[in-house]
Design a protein around this ligand. Sequence first.
Ligand code: NDP
Ligand code: 8X3
Length: 253
Amino acid sequence: MNRTIFITGATSGFGEACARKFAAGGDHLIITGRREDRLIALKRELEDRTGVRVLPLTFDVQDKSAVFSAVASLPASWKRVNILINNAGLALGRDFFDDADLGDWETMIDTNVKGLLYVSKAVLPLMIPVGNGHIINLGSVAAKDIYEKGNAYCGSKAAVDVISHSMRIDLLRHGIKVTAIHPGAAETEFSNVRFKGDAGQAKKIYDGYTPLTAGDVADVIHYCAGLPPHVCINDLVMTCTAQADGIYFYKKF
Ligand code: NDP
Ligand code: 8X3
């Protein structure tokens, strides 16, 4: 389709699956994350396989000046962005409020909330002149249904939910669509990160049912991004069939 898609967190999970899906559809990509080796490997693979142009940008979304200088460093031919997918994010820990780690809370808020704000603010000047921009933010069912030991992660995703609504209102005058996607459990590196490399604990999250895959989420994001200019999906909750909401699952053991 020849659009330019700016994807945060493209080194894994939903972001990487989005890169593959949009490249297969002919879109050019700016892919970002901290793990540069993965970005370079993905660029090579997608350019060879699909013929689209892929530009890797390595930065930490928590680092305000790194975000703004990375976006400012884009070559002139990349200074137009049609779609921003604010996907970079994480959960750290799953502990009662009184047991939770302050550093984990800070990292989640700095990444999921402040990082999303910094990237959006930095990219918007490249999107407003295009006249048909679209921002797609990754929230979570954790924004909609608050579960035990979810505390700061649920709070950070509830912030994404509210910020998405606010963006939609404030960007109306620029004709920019804002979509918030709220997936339920999806098997990616997410739980490995949440449980700090404890693979056994991470795997247990997906026992007894078939969770979403990163590809399922990328398919839905790609669908939202392909609707006619006058149509916007504002808010979308998606789960696997075995999950009803942020809390209730039907698991078979
Ligand atoms: P993954 O762990 O597989 O991917 C997370 C991505 O975010 C990686 O590419 C990682 O890149 C990037 N990232 C994390 N921290 C930073 C940072 N400080 N700066 C830049 N990039 C960062 O998880 P998912 O794909 O599952 O998650 C993607 C999003 O979807 C997250 O916002 C998550 O909260 C949300 N989500 C996930 C669900 C799930 O069950 N998996 C369900 C609902 C929402 P790198 O480490 O290279 O920087
Ligand atoms: C990720 C899904 O249920 O772990 O946002 O919060 S959950």
